[in-house]
Design a protein around this ligand. Structure first.
Ligand code: BGC
Length: 766
């Protein structure tokens, strides 16, 4: 064999070797995930368990600064690493929950990448309409898919523990059942598009003050019944692909480093099978995060690699623990559009989503007051007052902000509805608001909250003239909040002097002429109403209703839509009445190291109704332009045997079509356990009922609906005794009651004794 032959054979050998090596390399989707993991190097595993990092870009088209992961979807919050030799694509994660947050403008690209701004979560929950929320989810998920995103970082379902919570607008309610049901409807809607969700922030992240360090100290019972419950419902009813652990500590341990939270409860008790990711830059001990079952560390930093490698070397972390997390991540990647190589259009049908945003916006509005049928407004000339009438807040700031194509102003909405508005007043307000906005310091980041500008002063003579020329006055008062800071009692919860004067003086001027005044609350969260509500004839909470705001509000003002929203969070008489007021946001007040949930399960109406505290507007409250009767409430048995069914009929007994929310509260015997006066257990939103039309409603209660969490036994226990079913139009407006007996105590479910508080929590007293 001459030298040339030897060389040829040698080259052939190398090529065949390379070829066979290529062939044996497993590929994600074609080969079992276990084989992929076996073929991964340690460096690859350390890549896959953390994101690709995050850098901030220059301000985008909206004048905000969005996180840019570079590459595929600018403005998305993060992405995972690709490992192409094993067929593992990168996946893209982007924020919600009021719509997809991505940059609308791209470098050297003339196209716009707008997303629909839907109503904030509190507004969606106020519809009490899970089907509608599911539709919003479907539309939102379509935008996620068509913009090349794999997982939407939403919905959020922390609790409205206190009205000052800076991210309450991103959350649904003070009640865990409403929160869980809304979240499940949303997750099911979004995920029906073949994209994922990340339910957040797991758990007890109910404040922004020192959110990265605060220790939330909560009893086992309050944890199980109030703070974990919404997540449990969402996991069991909607199977979200991912869960985002929260920044804070719970009873001494960071949520993201908490094995009992992320593995014992989430996976073992509830059967969650997806991946857990950290909130952005959360926690301190990265190896502990991996150990706890926090699979993906976001947005991803070098220091995580160093710390996890060190723990592996020192054997405080085993490679099987790392592999377990890698497996979870790969299993989620397998479900993504990126893995399917979905050819996204970058052009979702935004027009198709406009009507859903508008309907959800108007259906989430709550009519608080309507003296002498002030609303709907049948006359034509409206004096439109208040800065927010000309500069509505349609969503909050922070990661929940959405870069939308437009906002329908209230002025435009009312004009489109056929009302006649004062152009001079419009120009005056617009000029004032623009000047005040221009005088503010430039927004440096998406975390800078845009607060309302001070109300424009109007002389009494101006108001008298307006009262002369117009049929009615409509005053919009705005509020805004966002991630990273809580709200302030003095300047945010209570109205300031200028706002109070505007309402008072306008009312005087209009009432003198026998004309009415309506206040629209364009708010993110609960505000005081007691100092001014007696001056006015009508109050409508519009919340922050998304980009179709002006149309959605006008739909209710005009009566095109009959308001059917109900409160999912209580409006107290006074901030000091809030059960957590004394403990929020914790101690020391400046940078709270801990916040003790002394109020236990007595959050919101559970507190007010049990301790007989008067409130301004109770949980579940909301007026309509029509009336409803509840009739024929029947329980199928007087004795509870595994379940019990309640049937009833609801009838529209008024003159216009409308929808009603039927609420079922349950009062337990409370012999051996402390029990709230009653708790929401079931609800339903009727279809649009025409005058005279009825709908049959049926609710079935299971033993789990009767149970409370017993800390001694670490179990959900249904006490024996007499239970009262209360059918209400709110938590206080109870229309019918029925009783049944549970003969013997039922141990509904035994769970693990975990997340025990690290200090004594006093039994809650008023
Ligand atoms: C927020 C999360 C958000 C993440 C990514 C964090 O600051 O708390 O809700 O999903 O950023 O933007």
């Amino acid at each position: 064999m001459n030298f040339r032959w030897i060389l040829c054979l040698g080259v052939l050998g190398v090529c065949m070797g390379a070829f066979s090596q290529q062939k044996v390399l497993p590929q994600l989707g074609k080969d079992p995930v276990k084989d992929i993991i076996a073929a991964m190097t340690l460096d690859e595993k350390l890549d896959i368990i953390r994101g690709t990092g995050m850098k901030f870009t220059t301000p985008n088209a909206q004048g905000t600064v969005a996180g840019n992961i570079g590459g595929k979807v600018p403005g998305a919050a993060g992405s995972s690493h690709a490992i192409s030799r094993l067929g593992i694509p990168a996946i893209i994660l982007a924020d919600g929950p009021a719509g997809l947050r991505i940059d609308s403008a791209r470098f050297e690209d003339p196209d716009c990448y707008y997303a629909t701004a839907f109503p904030i979560a509190t507004a969606l929950a106020s519809t009490w309409n899970t089907e509608l929320v599911n539709q919003v989810g479907k539309a939102m998920g379509n935008e996620v898919l068509e913009y090349g995103v794999d997982v939407l970082l939403a919905p959020g379902m922390n609790m409205h523990r206190n009205p000052l919570g800076g991210r309450n607008f991103e959350y649904y309610s003070e009640d865990p059942l409403i929160s869980g049901k809304m979240a499940a409807a949303m997750v099911n809607g979004i995920q029906s598009n073949g994209v994922g969700t990340s339910i957040k922030h797991f758990a007890v992240n109910d404040q922004e003050s020192n959110r990265n360090g605060v220790d939330a100290i909560v009893s086992e019972r309050a944890l199980r019944e109030i703070y974990l419950k919404p997540f449990e419902i969402a996991v069991k009813e909607a199977d979200p692909w991912t869960v985002m652990s929260s920044y804070n500590k719970i009873n001494g341990t960071y949520a993201s480093e908490n094995y009992d939270l992320l593995t014992t409860i989430l996976r073992k008790e509830w059967g969650f099978n997806g991946l857990v990711m950290t909130d952005w830059f959360a926690g301190r001990d990265f190896a502990a995060q991996v150990k706890a079952g926090n699979d993906l560390l976001m947005p991803g930093r070098k220091r995580e690699v160093r710390s996890v490698s060190k723990a592996l070397k020192e054997k405080t972390l085993a490679e099987v623990e790392l592999d377990r997390n890698v497996e979870k991540i790969l299993n989620v990647i397998l479900r993504t559009p990126a893995f399917r190589d979905y050819k996204y259009s970058n052009a979702p049908d935004l027009n198709a989503h406009v009507s859903i945003a508008r309907q959800a916006g108007s259906e989430g509005m709550i009519l608080l007051k309507n003296e002498d049928r002030t609303l709907p407004v049948k006359s034509t000339n409206i004096a439109l007052l208040g800065n927010a009438s000309y500069d509505l807040f349609v969503g909050g700031t922070g990661s929940g902000e959405v870069y939308k194509a437009y906002t329908i102003s209230l002025f435009q909405g009312l004009e489109d509805a056929g009302y006649v508005l004062d152009k001079d007043l419009e120009n005056k307000y617009k000029g004032y608001v623009a000047k005040e906005n221009a005088a503010r310091p430039e927004r440096q980041s998406v975390l800078d909250v845009v607060k309302p500008v001070d109300e424009m002063h109007l002389e009494n003579s101006d108001l008298n003239q307006l009262a002369e020329k117009n049929d009615i006055a409509l005053i919009t008062i705005g509020r805004n909040a966002g991630e990273n800071s809580d709200r302030c009692v003095e300047t945010d919860y209570y109205f300031n002097e200028h706002e109070l004067k505007l309402i008072e003086n306008t009312s005087k001027a209009f009432h003198k002429k026998g004309k009415k005044v309506v206040v629209v609350l364009n708010i993110d969260a609960v505000v005081d109403v007691t100092k001014w509500r007696n001056c006015v004839d009508g109050i409508l909470i519009s919340w922050q209703p998304g980009q179709e705001a002006g149309h959605a509000i006008a739909d209710v003002i005009s009566g095109k839509v009959n308001p059917s929203g109900h409160l999912t969070t209580t409006f107290p008489l006074n901030y000091q009445d809030v059960p957590s007021a004394k403990y929020f946001p914790g101690t020391p007040a400046e940078t709270p190291e801990k916040t003790i949930y002394n109020e236990g399960v007595y959050v919101g109406y559970r507190y007010y109704n049990t301790f007989k505290k008067q409130v301004a507007y109770e949980f579940g409250y909301g007026l309509s332009y029509t009336n409803f009767d509840v009739r024929k409430v029947k329980v199928n048995s007087g004795t509870f045997d595994n379940e019990i069914t309640v049937n009833l009929k609801v009838k529209n007994s008024g003159k216009v079509a409308g929808k009603e929310v039927v609420q079922l509260y349950l009062a337990a015997p409370g012999k051996t356990m402390d029990k709230p006066e009653s708790e929401l257990k079931k609800f339903v939103k009727t279809k649009l009922l025409q005058p005279g039309e009825s709908q049959n409603i049926s609710f079935t209660l299971k033993s789990s609906d009767l149970a409370s969490f017993d800390e001694e036994q670490s179990a959900w226990i249904a006490e024996s005794g007499i239970y009262t079913i209360k059918i209400g139009a709110s938590s206080k407006n109870i229309l019918m009651t029925k009783t049944f007996t549970l003969k013997e105590e039922v141990n509904v479910e035994k769970v693990n004794k975990v997340l025990v508080p690290n200090e004594v929590i006093e039994k809650f007293k008023q």
